[in-house]
Design a protein around this ligand. Structure first.
Ligand code: GLY
Ligand code: MN
Ligand code: MN
Length: 435
């Protein structure tokens, strides 16, 4: 892994430099200045929230825990890292820079934040930082739009890290499934997941969703019951992992050996999901794929006896949205919900979502190098089913069948998929297959 990263990194950095040259030219700036960031202090407290690095910073370097450090890039010059290694015996201070990337930077080690900011260029600078990072940030739209747009196209180095994030995540998913089959609580399964990933909660790209039975119907269920239910009928786990700041985002749903009817529905959603993954091809409109998914999932609802109307009318009447009430997926990379999912072009703008689909996070046409999630689901959500029951179309629904499935919560199957020049690369299924 290390040798592979070392060989891929120079091209990655060259790509980032070219992009930065162009972004600065568009914005009319001479320097790009990127803060690693500063930990956020809790209100009326002397404690900080877990540190989350500026994604622009970790784009350049595999450093996710260097608060107070800065990158300065001036076109034509070697990029500079101003690395804060405070004098501090209370905390672990960041290790001195080491690894395959250090030779590509001019590195200056400083002992306090003021010495770091004193080394920043003072004029014609595009500063990408949050308020509170110690320097007035301008976050120029022309620069950010250009960089965000091009972040959609992953370099070979980034894809290597995303494969690694998928390997870690799938390894932990396997352990979590075994923990479910052993009858553990949500909390117990969560701890199993962390142990197998060898990552802390704060290191994961997002809070894990670990739901047994009805809890699978809560799209972002993050409560973790400490006690196992009397019977674990079903299990939905949406959990990812990080590799040098790159995310994986993986969901699987399982049925107990006794829940054959739910397993059959999982199998249908799984087959549908693989069909959507196969359409992650250059030129495919993502919102059209999302609408296509509604039609296919409506067909699954009909085939399994939940609805009596045609798939077409289930989509037109909004019935499919009762059971599939979120978007098909989103861009993923340095952030689990990565930037530029709606962007019109490298100068900004926004592509609207299709009417009636307010939660879709990606409206672009797929191109080689993009990585997106494909995460269809079918859920039995009390609130949405109650709304549906009051509509005329309720007559075409088999409510006894629907009610029988509420005990399972819901199904989501989520993979991370690379769009290439030819067949898609499924990071998630490839990683599961390697286990
Ligand atoms: N885990 C959040 C998502 O799937 O988008
Ligand atoms: Mn996702
Ligand atoms: Mn997810």
């Amino acid at each position: 892994m290390h040798d592979q990263l070392a060989s891929l990194y120079p091209q990655h950095l060259a790509t980032l430099r070219e992009r930065a040259d162009q972004a600065l030219a568009f914005g009319g700036f001479d320097h790009l200045v990127i803060a690693a960031g500063t930990p956020l202090r809790k209100f009326l407290d002397d404690q900080d929230y877990p540190f989350t690095v500026n994604p622009h910073f970790k784009h350049w370097l595999p450093l996710t825990d260097a608060p107070g450090s800065w990158i300065v890039y001036t076109p034509g010059s070697k990029p500079k890292l101003i690395f804060l290694q405070p004098r501090d015996y209370w905390h672990v201070v960041p290790q001195a820079p080491h690894g395959y990337w250090v030779e590509h930077f001019d590195i200056s080690i400083v002992r306090n934040a003021a010495d770091a900011t004193a080394q920043l260029p003072t004029s014609h600078r595009a500063v990408i930082a949050a308020s509170g990072d110690g320097v007035e940030a301008n976050n120029p739209a022309a620069v950010l739009d250009y960089l965000h747009w091009h972040r959609s196209y992953k370099t070979s180095y980034e894809l290597a890290l995303m494969r690694e994030a998928s390997r870690i995540g799938t390894r932990a998913h396997r352990a979590a499934e075994a923990s479910f089959r052993a009858g553990r609580s949500e909390f117990g399964i969560h701890l199993t997941y962390l142990a197998a990933a060898r990552q802390t909660d704060a290191e994961l790209p997002y809070s894990s969703i670990v739901g047994l039975n009805e809890h699978g119907a809560v799209l972002h269920y993050t409560s973790f019951d400490r006690v196992p239910p009397a019977h674990s009928r079903s299990f939905l786990i949406d959990a990812g992992a990080s590799a040098a700041g790159y995310a994986s985002d993986i969901t699987r749903t399982y049925a107990s050996a006794q829940a054959a009817e739910f397993q059959a529905l999982i199998d249908s959603v799984d087959a549908a999901q693989q069909g959507f993954v196969a359409k992650v091809r250059a030129g495919q409109s993502y919102p059209e794929l999302h609408i296509h998914a509604h039609h296919v999932l409506a067909g699954v609802l009909r085939e399994h006896g939940f609805i009596r109307m045609s798939a077409e009318s289930a989509v037109e009447s909004g019935v499919s949205s009762t059971f599939f009430p979120h978007g098909l997926g989103h861009p993923i990379g340095l952030q689990v919900h990565d930037v530029a999912g709606f962007q019109q072009d490298e100068h900004g703008g926004s592509i609207a979502r299709p009417a009636g689909h307010p939660y879709l996070r990606m409206t672009r046409v797929l191109e080689p190098g993009m990585v997106v999630t494909i995460e269809p689901g079918l859920y039995f959500i009390d609130m949405l089913l109650a709304e549906l029951r009051d509509k005329p179309v309720a007559a075409d629904i088999d409510w006894a069948r629907v009610d029988a499935f509420r005990q399972y919560g819901g199904i989501r199957i989520e993979d991370d998929v690379v769009c290439t020049d030819s067949a898609p690369e499924n990071l998630t299924r490839d990683a599961f297959a390697l286990l």
